[in-house]
Design a protein around this ligand. Sequence first.
Ligand code: GDP
Ligand code: IMO
Ligand code: MG
Length: 442
Amino acid sequence: MGSLVVVGAQWGDEGKGRVVDLLSEQADVVARFQGGANAGHTIVADGEEYILHLIPSGMVRGKTCLIGNGVVLDLPTFFEEVDHLTGRGMNLEGKLFVSDRAHITLPYHRLLDAAREAANPARKIGTTMRGIGPTYVDKMMRIGVRVCDLFEEDLLAEKITANWEDKTHGLRHLTEEQRPNPDAVLGQYLLFAARLKPFVADCSVILEEARREGKHILFEGAQGTGLDIDFGTYPYVTSSNTIAGGACTGTGVGPTHIDHVAGIAKAYTTRVGEGPFPTLMEPFLEERCRKIGHEFGATTGRKRLCGWFDAMLVRHAARVNGLGSLILTKLDVLDEFETIKLCTGYMYKGEPLSHFPSSLRVLAQCEPIYEEWPGWMTPTGGVRRFSELPEAARDYIRRVEEVCNVPIALISVSPSRESYIALDQSLLRYDFSVPEAISSES
Ligand code: GDP
Ligand code: IMO
Ligand code: MG
């Protein structure tokens, strides 16, 4: 029995979908706990590619999948994904569940997201325009529409009408025709409600039952620690807690029932949207890295900026997530780099910083402290054992582990399911040491 939380240790797109697909082979239940249709998780299995935004990556292996209360649910995207997977021959019946407490992204949330991004270019966040921030605003304002509200027509009508009046100020730049009509929205969401009904459940109860039956549970994070609302590079973050603690609040599982937390990091770093990026590569190498790593957003298609591995950020991620292991992805992307830089810390006003700073002004003035490592200039995509990696690659990985101070459990060397090197089998088997109850000894 084991429950494992998998989170991004950088600014998202670390390869969570790929790793969750790998780790869900032995899982019984896979649960998403935060974010929404802003996520884009790519899975490559048996030569087929899947890009999922809301449905947990464990669905590709036909596992029981939960969308927790912490997720903001965009119903058109959800049904598109359901149709897409069904069209590819998957049977989701009795396998996919949505929390009755999850909040719903409504058409005006997307419009408000776009309006806010356009209003002041200097304060733009570079969001995915999926209405994420405005949906979480309503949740915290306590005016949000939850999945369970869809089944109480009078309450739903009341909420949509009241919210509509509240939002019209933010959407005053739109013409009457461009604004969604509250009656039309209500009608559309009542139809969605009927279609959603078979998926709705109390996911906390499902998780508790699974745990009591000794099942393996995998919690799939979206985004990454650098985008966490509290511990990321605020305000250039997303609007949820992406860190491991979010798995508890976002699914209704107590912290005493989490056995292990694994952080995923690329062998370098990427970032989409606005915000500081201390280890950004020099333009020529940046372009090259993006090309080799296909660093374009899985949700928006935007260019991802590429930078060197930032151990200052990953150490911060290790602390705030309580990482028990690190999973390094996309090692193969560095195969053709003559020299690889590794940022071990930051200098600020001539002094080394002890921790990742909270202030963006400080972060913007930090100078990365780099080590330069020789590249291996050899393809690694076919390697399956650590000992078979080129010596320079092993040296680089050992040094990454040392500066992050977290054991590396897995290394991914291609997008495909089978292309990995396992250094610690316990992660694949979910055999984390769980203390025995004293009563069980007598
Ligand atoms: P996520 O949001 O964390 O799930 O990551 P994305 O799916 O947005 O982006 C990761 C991209 O890298 C996807 O296109 C994956 O197919 C790809 N990928 C994952 N692991 C590896 C790897 O080890 N090597 C290479 N070359 N690509 C990988
Ligand atoms: P996955 O799960 C990378 C970024 C956006 C923007 C900021 C806020 O695939 O790793 P939002 O739409 O959430 O309000 O945008 O967060 N962002 C991501 N970057 N991967 C993601 O998800 C992201 N989800 C949001 O680019 O900078
Ligand atoms: Mg992604």
